[in-house]
Write a protein that binds this ligand. Structure first.
Ligand code: AMP
Length: 207
């Protein structure tokens, strides 16, 4: 595992983003990248696996959403999920889904939130109609894998958001199952407020 210091950039212009994304960011009122965004986005756009140490409120959601949205194939080209974002709670799943929708303004993008406690029939219909990005909690994602309603053959990016919290809750088996189901040749982005041994072990095994 290499630890590299990345210089922070001062503006979104320096991040080489598409004009559509630049407009989305302006519309969202984002004037300059936060530190996690300026450091994670260039590495993620280069296809690298990245561990980002960041707490809630640092702009971490946009840090992983921007590179995913910038690199998605259109729904016409691929009807199966291309990116899976795994988060610890239903509330965070909704929040990440909303933020990704907001940043996807200007692109036609299908984003499905697959959280536990929500109507599964609606989720099944959504998956069947075609989605590009899935945001979900480990238990419900695992459930969809077992039902074979969540296809992973075309996934090129997996995000583990708040990895330390997910491991604390005891989601390691479900997370491992999701990671093992996704193609080996993929990108993995791990976000965590803290980097205890459990998170480092997960990263060493799957990144
Ligand atoms: P997060 O850490 O992803 O939960 O983001 C915290 C809040 O900061 C959210 O409301 C974001 O919409 C907002 N945010 C993220 N990035 C930026 C930015 N570059 N400039 C201003 N606000 C931002």
């Amino acid at each position: 595992m290499n630890q590299i210091e990345i210089p922070e950039v001062e503006s979104f212009e320096e991040l080489d983003l598409s004009p559509v994304m630049r407009r989305s960011l302006a519309k969202a009122g984002f004037e300059k990248p936060s530190p996690i965004q300026s450091q994670l986005i260039p590495l993620a756009m280069d296809g690298l696996d990245v561990i980002g140490q960041a707490r809630t409120g640092t702009g971490k959601t946009a840090a992983f959403s921007i590179p995913i949205l910038e690199q998605l194939d259109s729904l016409e080209d691929c009807r199966d999920p291309q990116a899976i974002v795994v988060v610890p709670t239903r509330e965070l799943a909704d929040q990440v889904g909303r933020e990704a929708e907001r940043l996807a303004w200007g692109y036609p993008t299908e984003i499905a939130v697959l959280a536990g406690g929500k109507n599964i029939t609606r989720q099944l219909r959504q998956l069947n109609n075609g989605v590009q990005v899935v945001v979900g909690t480990p238990g419900r994602l695992h459930d969809h894998l077992q039902r074979r309603s969540l296809r992973t053959d075309n996934v090129w990016c997996v995000v583990l958001d708040e990895a330390d919290r997910m491991l604390d809750i005891g989601f390691r088996p479900q997370i491992e199952r999701i990671l093992r189901k996704c193609p080996r040749k993929r990108q993995t982005l791990l976000l965590s407020a803290t980097l205890p041994t459990s998170v480092q072990r997960l990263a060493e095994s799957y990144m």
